[in-house]
Design a protein around this ligand. Structure first.
Ligand code: SF4
Length: 459
C-alpha cells in the first residue's frame, strides 16, 4: 500500500465509466452478482490498494494512504504490547466492536452456530488481552432510527426543497467515497445524514461508554471488526476526530479475514477457544443471543424505512415487503400503493453496475425512487472483500451461500423495541430532537475537490 507512488495519472476507472455511459449502461446490468467488483478493478488497470473500494487508490491522499496502512494487525499488537509495559500512563483500554455481517463468516467458516461464533470470537480476542468486546447492532439500531426519521422529514419537505428526495442510504463507505469524489454535487445533498453503524459505535464507545467508565476518550483504543477494507477509510474521516482529545471515534478497523490471519499466526482454532459472552455497553450486563435487522442481505435500511414511512406518512401497517427484481437480483424495487396511486417507491441498488444505472437515471431526470439503499458490494455486506475470499481474491461462493443462510436465520429485532435505545435518547442524548443527537448521530457529506485533496489526479 504505497499511495505515495501515485503521481499524475488519469483515473482509468473514470474513463471506463464514461465510455460505458456513452455506449450502453444497460448492457452492464446483466451481472449475476459476485464477480462484478473484481472485473471492475481489472478494468481499472490501476494499482488497487483498497481492492473493495469503488473509488480506487488514486483518490487517497498520501496521508490517508499512510494512515490506512497503519490500520492492521500490528497496530493491535502495538497496543497490546504497550499494555504490558510498566509505564501505566501509556496503557489503553482495548475495546473491539464486531459488525453483524462479520459473524456469519466466522460461523460458516468454522461450522459453528452464529451465537457460538460470537462467543468464541470474544473469547479469542480476550485471550489476546482485549478488555471489552461489543456487538455493533445497537449502533445500527440508532442509525436506522435516525434514517427513518430523516426520510419522513425529507418526504414532507419534498415540494419545498429541491434536494429533499430522493434520499440515498449512507451506511456504505465505498458508496459514500464514490459519491463524494466522483458523483459530487449530483448526489451529495441527497445522502442521508445519519452516521453509519460503525461511526455511531465509535460515538457510543468513545462517548457514552467512556463516560460510564470515567475514562477520557483517548484512553480507549477502539477497534472495529468489519467485512470490508472501505471501513478503514471511513474511520479516518475528519468529522470523526475530536481535537480536544486527539482521538478518532474508531482507531483501527480490521477485516474478518485479518482476524482469521491472527488466529492462524497464533495457531489457534476457533473450535478450541473458550466461549465468553459478548459485553454490553451497559454496566455488567452481557449480550444475549445475536439478533439482526430486517433485510436478509444488508442492515435493513430499506425495509425499516419503508415500513416506518408507510405508517407515519400513510397510516399503513406493512408486515411483509415484496421485492420486484429489476435488471438483476441486486437491483430491486419495492412500492406502496394507496387508492390506486404509488405513494412510495424504494429501490435497493447493490454493486457498481447497478449504481451506474441508477446514477444515469438521475442524470436523465428519470428518477422515480424516493429512497435507494445503495451498497457498493454486489450481494451486500456479506460479500465484503475483507472476508470469504479465495486465495486468488475471488468471492468464495460456497462459503457465501452458507453465510447468507446463517444470516437469514438470525432472529430480527426491531430497533424501536430496544429499551436501551429509548433510555439513551433521554439520558445521554438529551431527547430525540436535541442538538446532541445531531452532533452524535449525524454527519455531513459533500463533494470533495480532487485537486485540493489528492495527488493531482484528473477524473
Ligand atoms: S457494501 Fe458493505 S462490505 Fe461492501 S463496501 Fe459497502 S459497507 Fe463494505
Amino acid at each position: 500500500m504505497k499511495c505515495e507512488n501515485c503521481t499524475k495519472k488519469e483515473c482509468s476507472k473514470k474513463q471506463k465509466n464514461d465510455d460505458t455511459q456513452s455506449t450502453s449502461v444497460d448492457a452492464l446490468s446483466s451481472n449475476d452478482g459476485f464477480e462484478e467488483k473484481n472485473e471492475f478493478h481489472t478494468l481499472a488497470n490501476a494499482k488497487i490498494l483498497l481492492s473493495d473500494c469503488l473509488a480506487c487508490d488514486n483518490c487517497m491522499t498520501s496521508e490517508e494512504g499512510a494512515r490506512v496502512f497503519q490500520q492492521n494487525q500490528k497496530e493491535l499488537f502495538r497496543i497490546l504490547n504497550l499494555n504490558k509495559k510498566c509505564d501505566t500512563s501509556k496503557h489503553k483500554v482495548l475495546a473491539v466492536s464486531i459488525c453483524p455481517q462479520s459473524l456469519p463468516y466466522f460461523a460458516a467458516k468454522f461450522n459453528l452456530s452464529v451465537n457460538d461464533a460470537a462467543k468464541r470470537l470474544c473469547g479469542f480476542l480476550k485471550s489476546l488481552g482485549v478488555h471489552y468486546v461489543f456487538d455493533t447492532t445497537i449502533a445500527a439500531d440508532f442509525s436506522i432510527l435516525e434514517s427513518q426519521r430523516e426520510f419522513v422529514q425529507r418526504y414532507q419537505r419534498r415540494n419545498q426543497e429541491e434536494h429533499a428526495l430522493p434520499m440515498f442510504a449512507s451506511a456504505c463507505p465505498g458508496w459514500i467515497r464514490y459519491a463524494e469524489r466522483v458523483l459530487t454535487n449530483l448526489v451529495t445533498s441527497h445522502i442521508c445524514t445519519a452516521k453509519s453503524p460503525q461511526q455511531i459505535m465509535g460515538s457510543l464507545v468513545k462517548g457514552y461508554f467512556a463516560r460510564q467508565q470515567n475514562l477520557s476518550p483517548d484512553k480507549i483504543f477502539h477497534v472495529i471488526v468489519a467485512p470490508c477494507y472501505d471501513k478503514k477509510l471511513e474511520a479516518l474521516r475528519e468529522d470523526f476526530y475530536t481535537a480536544l482529545y486527539n482521538s478518532q471515534e474508531v482507531d483501527c478497523v480490521l477485516t474478518s479475514g485479518e482476524i482469521v490471519q491472527i488466529m492462524e499466526q497464533k495457531n489457534v482454532s476457533m473450535k478450541d477457544v473458550t466461549e465468553v459472552a459478548v459485553d454490553s455497553l451497559f454496566d455488567e450486563i452481557k449480550e444475549g443471543d445475536v439478533v439482526r435487522h430486517d433485510g436478509k442481505r444488508s442492515d435493513g435500511y430499506l425495509e425499516h424505512i419503508f415500513k416506518h414511512a408507510a405508517k407515519e406518512l400513510f397510516g399503513m401497517d406493512v408486515k411483509e415487503i415484496t421485492y420486484k427484481a429489476l435488471k438483476n437480483k441486486d437491483f430491486q424495487e419495492v412500492t406502496l400503493e394507496k387508492d390506486g396511486e404509488t405513494v412510495l417507491r424504494f429501490a435497493a441498488a447493490y454493486g457498481f453496475r447497478n449504481i451506474q444505472n441508477m446514477v444515469l437515471k438521475l442524470k436523465k431526470g428519470k428518477f422515480l425512487y424516493h429512497f435507494v439503499e445503495v451498497l457498493a458490494c454486489p450481494g451486500g455486506c456479506l460479500n465484503g472483500k475483507g472476508q470469504a475470499q479465495t486465495e486468488d481474491g475471488k468471492p468464495d461462493k460456497a462459503l457465501l451461500n452458507q453465510m447468507e443462510e446463517v444470516y437469514a436465520a438470525i432472529p430480527v429485532r426491531l430497533p424501536e423495541t430496544n429499551m436501551h435505545i429509548q433510555k439513551m435518547y433521554q439520558d445521554w442524548l438529551e431527547g430525540m430532537d436535541s442538538k446532541k443527537v445531531q452532533e452524535t448521530l449525524h454527519t455531513k457529506y459533500s463533494a470533495v475537490n480532487q485537486t485540493a485533496s489528492s495527488l493531482d489526479i484528473k477524473w
